[in-house]
Design a binder for this molecule. Structure first.
Ligand code: AGP
Length: 609
C-alpha cells in the first residue's frame, strides 16, 4: 500500500527521496510524487506510473531542497492519475502533505471545507487533510496538524512540510506504520525500514496517536493532545545488503533461495537436539498460557492464512487441541465466540495488515493471550499482542510471500511442538525424532532448490496453459491453495486450489485437455487417495504435473512432469512440497516478462481494510 518517505538535513534531499521511493516500490503503487521546500515555496513533481518515470520528470524539470517528502500511491479514493498523486497542496500552495490510509469522514469534511471556501483539485480523501491543516495554520505546522488530525476518522500516517514553517517535517500516525531514522545531521521518515537502512540503523517507531517533528538534529514526539513523549532510538539488526538482489533477476528468486536459511534461523536457539525440547521463551508468552488454553485460533490473510492452515494440522496432530483458522476480515464481521481459555495467534509477515491487526485487537479483549507471528518484531501487531514469535526471515521485498511463508510454517511447527510438550501430549522420544527431522529440513530444501532448472523448463513448456487446478489433501491441501495463489498473483494465470476430496464435488467438471492439474502427492497418510484423484484426472484427458517423493514410480507414471522432493516426516512435507510450486509460479511469470516483484494491483502489506 502507499509508502511515505521524508528527509530533512543540510543536503539536497531530492536524490534521497527518489531512492527512498524506489525502495518502497515493493509495497505496491500506481503513482508517485515528491515535494520539497526550496527557499521560495514548495516545489512538487508527480507522475502516474513508476519511480523511474518520476526520476525522469525530475531530470527534465529539476527541483532541489533540503527538506522534503515523497509518496507512492496505491489508489483507494480516486483513480490513479497525476492529479490524484501525492503530495497534495493547500489552496495557498504553501503546505504539501502525503498520507497512507483512508479518511472515513472525508465526504462531510470536504463539504464543510468547500463551504468555507477551500478549493479541491483531486478526487482523493487525502486532500481534506491538507485543507484542514491550512485552515488551522497560525504559524506552527505542528499545531495545525494536531488540530487537523483531531477532526479525522479512519486510519492515517501523514507527513507534511510548509514554506511558512520551514526546516521541519511534521508527521502524525493513527494506524499505518511510520518509522523515523536518525542520521548524521539529517533525519528521515519512512513507512518501513527498508529505505532507512542505507542511511542509518538508529530508528524510532511512531505509535498511534503521536505527532513527530523532524529536524536535521533529530525528532521530538508528542501525543495528539500535546503531551511530550520520550522515545529512545533502537538499533536495527538488518544489514543494507539484505535489501539487495545479490545477482538474482528478481527479489522473489533470491527469497525463494534463502528459504533453507530462514528455517535454520527460525529454529536457531529454540530447540534442543539432546532431548527435543522447544523453547519459546523469547516470545514473552507466559508458560501458563499453554497449560491454561484448551483451544487455539489462528487469524491471518492470504498466504499467512495458508500457513495458519498448515499450523492447524500440526497442532491437531501434535497437541491434540481444537484449532480454528480464520480469515481476519471475516472474523471481524462475525459474532465470534472465544473465551479466556483460547490462545490466539495473529499470523502476518508484515505485522501491519489492517484486518489482521484489527482482529487481533478484538481477540485480545477476549482471549487468554494473543501472540503475533511476524517478521517484524516492531510492527503494530507485535505491539498489540502479548508476545511475539519472530520469524527472523530478513526483509522480504517480493510482493509474493515465499520465505516468510516458510518461516511462518517453521514458527508454527515450533509452537505446535512447544504446546504439545507443555500439555504432555508428546513424549521425549517422539519430540526428539521430530526436532531432529525439522533440523534436517533445510538441507532437504536445498536439494529441492538445486533442481530449479528442471522446474524452469517445465514452466516454460506450460506457458500456453491458461487454467490450473492445484490439488492436495490433509497438510498439503493448504499447499495446493498456496501454489494456486502464487501462480495467480504473479503470472495472472487462472488457478484454483482444492482439497483432493472435493474434486468430485464440482471441479472435476472443469477437467479437459485445457486444464492442467498440479497434484501434491507425497507418500503420506493420504497418498493412495491422491493417486485416485490423479487417475480420475487422467481418465478425463487432463494434463498432470506432480510433486512427489524421489523415486515414486506410481505418481510419476501418471504425470507428464514430476517435481521430486526428498522423503520426510508426513507433518513436514509442506516445507518441501511448496518449493516446486513457488518456482513454477516464479518461472511462469518471469518467462512471460511480467513484473514479478511488483505484480499489478497488489500491495506488499495491505494497511487499509
Ligand atoms: C502473498 O503472496 C500475498 N501477497 C498476500 O496474500 C499476503 O500474504 C497477505 O496480504 C497477508 O500479508 P501479511 O502476511 O503481511 O499479513
Amino acid at each position: 500500500m502507499c509508502g511515505i518517505i521524508g528527509c530533512v538535513g543540510a543536503r539536497d534531499t531530492v536524490p534521497d527521496l527518489i531512492e527512498g521511493l524506489r525502495r518502497l516500490e515493493y509495497r505496491g503503487y500506481d503513482s508517485a510524487g515528491i515535494a520539497v521546500l526550496n527557499g521560495d515555496g514548495v516545489g512538487r513533481r508527480r507522475v502516474k506510473g513508476k519511480i523511474r518515470d518520476l526520476a525522469e520528470e525530475v531530470r527534465r524539470h529539476p527541483i532541489t531542497g533540503t527538506c522534503g517528502i515523497g509518496h507512492t500511491r496505491w489508489a483507494t479514493h480516486g483513480r490513479p492519475s497525476e492529479d490524484n498523486a501525492h503530495p497534495h497542496t493547500d489552496c495557498g500552495g504553501t503546505i504539501a502533505l502525503v498520507h497512507n490510509g483512508i479518511v472515513e469522514n472525508y465526504w462531510s469534511l470536504k463539504e464543510k471545507l468547500k463551504a468555507e471556501g477551500h478549493v479541491f483539485r483531486t478526487e482523493t480523501d487525502t486532500e481534506v487533510i491538507v485543507h484542514l491543516v491550512e485552515k488551522h495554520f497560525r504559524g506552527s505546522l505542528e499545531e495545525a496538524l494536531r488540530a487537523a488530525v483531531r477532526e479525522l476518522e479512519g486510519a492515517f500516517a501523514v507527513a507534511c512540510v510548509s514554506s511558512r514553517d520551514p526546516g521541519k517535517i511534521v508527521a502524525a500516525r493513527n494506524g499505518p506504520p511510520a518509522v523515523i531514522g536518525f542520521g548524521e545531521g539529517e533525519t528521515f521518515l519512512s513507512s518501513d525500514i527498508t529505505p532507512l537502512l542505507h542511511h542509518t540503523r538508529r530508528v524510532a517507531y511512531m505509535d498511534d496517536g503521536e505527532i513527530a517533528v523532524l529536524t536535521p538534529d533529530g525528532a521530538r514526539f508528542a501525543t495528539f493532545a500535546g503531551a511530550p513523549v520520550a522515545k529512545d532510538a533502537e538499533t536495527l539488526d538488518w544489514e543494507p545488503a539484505m535489501v539487495e538482489k545479490r545477482g538474482f533477476a528478481h527479489f522473489m528468486a533470491k527469497e525463494i533461495f534463502e528459504q533453507a536459511d530462514v528455517v535454520r534461523d527460525t529454529l536457531k536457539s529454540r530447540v534442543s537436539l539432546e532431548n527435543g525440547r522447544v523453547f519459546l521463551d523469547d516470545t514473552g508468552l507466559a508458560p501458563d498460557a499453554f497449560r491454561e488454553a484448551d483451544r487455539v485460533v489462528l487469524i491471518a490473510c492470504g498466504t499467512s492464512y495458508h500457513a495458519g492452515l498448515v499450523g492447524k494440522y500440526l497442532l491437531e496432530t501434535l497437541a491434540r487441541v481444537p484449532v480454528d483458522v480464520e480469515y481476519a476480515s471475516e472474523l471481524r464481521s462475525r459474532d465470534f465466540v472465544m473465551d479466556r481459555r483460547t490462545l490466539v495467534l495473529g499470523i502476518s509477515q508484515s505485522g501491519e495488515t489492517a484486518d489482521t491487526l484489527a482482529a487481533l485487537r478484538l481477540a485480545r479483549a477476549k482471549a487468554r493471550a494473543v501472540l503475533a507471528v511476524t517478521n517484524n518484531a516492531n510492527s503494530s501487531m507485535a505491539r498489540a499482542a502479548d508476545g511475539v514469535l519472530d520469524l527472523h526471515a530478513g526483509p522480504e521485498i517480493g510482493v509474493a510471500a515465499t520465505k516468510t511463508f516458510v518461516g511462518q510454517m517453521a514458527a508454527l511447527a515450533l509452537f505446535a511442538l512447544a504446546f504439545s510438550q507443555a500439555r504432555g501430549a508428546l513424549n521425549e522420544a517422539d519430540s526428539l525424532a521430530l526436532v531432529q527431522e525439522l533440523q534436517r529440513i533445510p538441507l532437504k530444501m536445498d536439494r529441492v532448490l538445486a533442481g530449479a532448472a528442471a522446474i524452469e523448463r517445465a514452466a516454460r513448456r506450460y506457458l500456453a496453459c491458461e487454467h490450473y487446478l492445484f490439488l492436495g489433501r490433509w497438510i498439503n491441501f493448504p499447499i495446493a491453495l498456496e501454489g494456486a495463489l502464487k501462480l495467480k498473483e504473479i503470472s495472472y494465470t487462472h488457478a484454483e486450489g482444492y482439497a483432493g476430496g472435493e474434486m468430485k464435488h464440482g471441479p472435476i467438471a472443469l477437467i479437459d485437455e485445457g486444464m492442467t492439474t498440479l497434484a501434491v502427492v507425497p507418500r503420506d497418510r493420504v497418498y493412495e487417495k491422491m493417486l485416485s484423484n490423479i487417475a480420475e484426472v487422467q481418465a478425463r484427458g487432463g494434463r498432470i504435473l506432480a510433486v512427489a517423493f524421489d523415486g515414486d514410480a506410481k505418481a510419476s507414471a501418471a504425470a507428464e512432469e514430476t517435481f521430486t522432493i526428498p522423503e520426510t516426516h508426513d507433518l513436514f512435507t509442506p516445507f518441501l512440497t511448496v518449493l516446486p510450486l513457488q518456482l513454477f509460479a516464479y518461472h511462469s511469470a518471469a518467462a512471460k516478462g511480467l513484473d514479478v516483484d511488483q505484480p499489478r494491483n497488489l500491495a506488499k502489506s495491505v494497511t487499509v481494510e
